[in-house]
Design a protein. Structure first.
Length: 409
């Protein structure tokens, strides 16, 4: 079944759409797309946008109302005659499942057709590094989630997944995780019965920022995903940049220290060996073992295995100087790397996202200090540095934007 037939599956039962329906389906999809992206519109406004007659659009709108995809939502302002009826998306007519799949956890949520969560965001303590068959685990949890919130499976438009690592956009194959020789989208689609779309986690963040966050309305934006690793996604001239095979944005693996330590990628002195959450946690464990004085020691009851990014950020918010210094060092190294990006791309906005965006108050000042040192001032002034207002949900919201983009493309 095609993606479009998931949107209009009630048009002709469960059979594939026949040729004589295609023009009508295209018109109705255009109407739904306009209402999804632009909100409440009148039939006259839709007719102008679509460039079709008012009677033709009226008939299509009436059918969409019968199919419960859209609904009449109110009365608009008069432009000289009778006040027009306004129509909008019916939020409960379709749903998207968003999944943020990371190394040690999975975050899942159901979103309605108005992009609003209809379930709480569920965080599960299983991930790519911890579960032997994570796709089977996800398929089970998808079924449980739909049942728990009484969501009709026939109303699911698709599943969007945010995934770290190298993903070939042409073949759909992941070469870092879920590397079975088959696209993970196909495997999970077979297990769930829904269309599945996978995106690199940092690019999923950019989808979220562009559709729902601070990048909305901007043309040239860099999105930094700062957590256990460091990723970059680029919105250039209003479009997400992929690269030839979709491997663009491996910002964490540019060399900053030629005589530095070995990175897990096999290269020496990568930015991730200086500015990632993983290296920050390792440094905290080492310095605490060597006698560093910090509140973190009491927060973990002497068990260094409990030290993680969140513990360090919590300690910093409590005023712990040791934790604040750790974060400041991360910011300094990020600033050195970001200076390269500013010279290359001349962005108008750089968004700090990912798990460590919660500590932006401690990161942005040292980032900006180093940018002032390492960048040409005229170029530096063009770029505003901000923390994501979507926080940890940027990738999850990005999977929703991804699904809707594929549905309407």
């Amino acid at each position: 079944m095609s993606v479009n037939s998931y949107l209009f599956k009630n048009q002709n039962g469960n059979e594939p759409v026949k040729n004589n329906f295609l023009r009508k389906i295209a018109l109705k999809q255009f109407i739904v797309k306009e209402l999804y992206h632009h909100g409440e519109l009148s039939i006259f406004r839709l007719s102008q946008t679509i460039k079709m007659s008012t009677p033709t659009v009226t008939r299509a709108v009436e059918e969409l109302i019968d199919e419960q995809l859209i609904r009449e939502v109110g009365i608009g302002e008069s432009t000289g005659g009778r006040r027009p009826s306004l129509f909008g998306i019916n939020p409960s007519s379709r749903y998207v499942l968003g999944i943020d799949l990371e190394r040690s956890f999975v975050r899942m949520g159901i979103f309605d057709f108005a992009n609003q969560p209809v379930s709480e965001i569920h965080e599960l303590n299983e991930g790519l590094d911890t579960h032997p068959d994570i796709l089977e685990f996800i398929a089970e949890k998808v079924s449980e989630l739909l049942e728990a919130y009484s969501i009709d499976a026939n109303k699911i438009l698709g599943i969007g997944i945010s995934l770290p690592g190298l993903i070939d956009v042409k073949t759909g194959l992941s070469y870092t995780y879920l590397n079975t020789g088959r696209p993970a989208t196909n495997i999970l689609s077979e297990k769930t019965g829904f269309p599945v779309f996978i995106e690199h986690d940092t690019r999923a963040m950019a989808w979220g920022e562009q559709a729902f966050g601070l990048a909305r309305g901007h043309q040239n934006v860099l999105c930094l995903n700062v957590g256990s690793g460091i990723g970059l996604s680029m919105i250039l001239n209003g479009k997400l940049y992929l690269g030839h095979s979709g491997y663009s944005g491996e910002f964490g693996h540019i060399q900053i220290e030629p005589n530095g330590i070995l990175c897990h990628c096999g290269k020496i002195g990568c930015l991730e060996t200086l500015a990632s959450g993983k290296i920050m946690v390792a440094k905290a464990k080492q310095e605490i073992a060597n006698g560093a004085i910090t509140q973190i020691s009491s927060m973990i009851d002497g068990d260094s295995s409990k030290i993680n990014i969140r513990i360090i950020m919590d300690a910093a918010r409590k005023g712990d100087q040791f934790a604040i210094d750790l974060l400041a060092k991360i910011g300094e190294s990020l600033g050195k790397g970001m200076a390269i990006l500013i010279h290359l791309f001349n962005p108008e906005l750089i968004i700090i996202g990912g798990e460590m965006s919660r500590a932006a108050d401690y990161l942005i000042s040292p980032i900006e200090s180093n940018l002032n040192i390492f960048t040409i001032s005229r170029i530096r002034r063009d770029a505003r540095i901000v923390a994501s207002n979507l926080g940890d949900n940027a990738r999850l919201m990005g999977t929703v934007a991804l699904v809707m983009n594929r549905i309407f493309s």
